[in-house]
Design a protein around this ligand. Structure first.
Ligand code: ATP
Length: 316
């Protein structure tokens, strides 16, 4: 149960008495165009983000200090100290709002670690929304997005959710207006993760050696496809400039992509920096059948079915 912020309350009575539970989705990039390396060390991106129905859940309760516990994906592997994006987000919000960062936070993780699904960024977005409600700091969406951008390029999108265009290093997000359509995805989760910075370095190396594919360029075709309801049209426009790098680092992903397409997916691609692969299906029933075949093919650790677009970090 959460209580609304009480404008007539005393400072310590502001915000929720707790607990505040926030659900946040994973993202895939329907188009990930990687431009040149900027002087600040980031690449210029031209991307279309899409939030899908694989969720982490963050619960925030009142506490006398800041603590983090977790269960699910990555438990025992992921540090729960100040290096965790949840802790960094809580400190960043408290610093901005001028409140003490006191909360007991618990993370239930279903998004795999270093999977190319932006799980860490999702957790940071969830923390901002949860602590804003718990502490009654009442920040605007724009203020939250500003703090989010400092935490990571994908964090502003995960507050937004839906389908959105990302520019700059990905942090400048504007919603894509599309017909209300659900798209069905089969998500193949690999064993172990891939480092995002290493994938960008590998792409730079491939480009320097002249062995990378041609860059994707503009998002126009994909945006036009999103305005139609035909998954076959969308399938033809999906693309990821980081895919060659992910395949170079993890050649076995080629087998995963082949198996998904053989199972009837309209298209398959590496999600973000990988190693998760996502497959577009014609509809929900078809997605279930593809998922069953992929599972039987034993080309990944786990297969899940998801749909998108879904909302960003929201109190539930
Ligand atoms: P992206 O798609 O945004 O590049 P990713 O999905 O490949 O990200 P994440 O799971 O977001 O990868 O995390 C990458 C790294 O961030 C992890 O290996 C871990 O060291 C660090 N990290 C810090 N906090 C978290 C968190 N709460 N969840 C996951 N990773 C975290």
């Amino acid at each position: 149960m959460t209580e609304a912020w009480r404008p007539d309350g005393e400072d310590e009575r502001r915000g929720a008495m707790g607990p505040v539970k926030v659900r946040v989705p994973a993202k895939v990039n329907l188009h990930l165009g990687v431009g040149p390396l900027r002087r600040d060390g980031y690449h210029e991106l031209n991307t279309v983000y899409h939030a899908i129905s694989i969720y982490d859940e963050l619960t925030a309760r009142r506490g006398d200090t800041l603590t983090l516990t977790m269960e699910g994906e990555g438990t025992g592997e992921l540090a729960l100290d100040d290096s965790n994006l949840v802790m960094r987000a809580a400190h960043a919000l408290a610093g901005y709002a001028g409140v003490l960062p006191h909360a007991r936070l618990h993370l239930r993780k279903q998004i795999p670690l270093a999977g190319g699904l932006a799980g860490g960024s999702a957790d940071a977005a969830a923390t901002l929304v949860a602590c804003d409600a718990l502490w009654g700091t009442g920040l605007t969406r724009d203020e939250l997005a500003g703090i989010a951008a400092d935490l990571g390029s994908d964090v502003p999108f995960l507050i937004h959710g839906g389908t959105a265009l990302g520019t700059g290093r990905g942090e400048a997000v504007s919603p894509v207006l599309a017909r209300p359509t659900s798209w069905y995805w089969v998500v193949a989760i690999a064993d172990g993760g891939l480092s995002t910075p290493a994938a960008y370095r590998e792409l730079d190396r491939l480009r320097e050696a002249g062995t990378a594919g041609p860059p994707l360029g503009a998002t126009d075709a994909l945006l036009a496809a999103l305005r139609q309801r035909d998954p076959r049209v969308l399938a033809a426009t999906l693309g990821n400039d980081l895919q060659d790098a992910a395949l170079a680092m993890r050649p076995a992903l080629a087998e995963t992509l082949k198996a998904g397409e053989a199972a009837g997916a309209l298209a398959g691609l590496v999600s973000g920096s990988g190693p998760t692969c996502v497959f577009l299906a014609e509809n929900g029933a078809r997605a279930e059948r593809i998922a069953a075949e992929l599972t039987a093919a034993e080309v990944c650790r786990e297969v899940r079915v998801a749909h998108g677009p879904v909302a960003g970090a929201r109190i539930v």
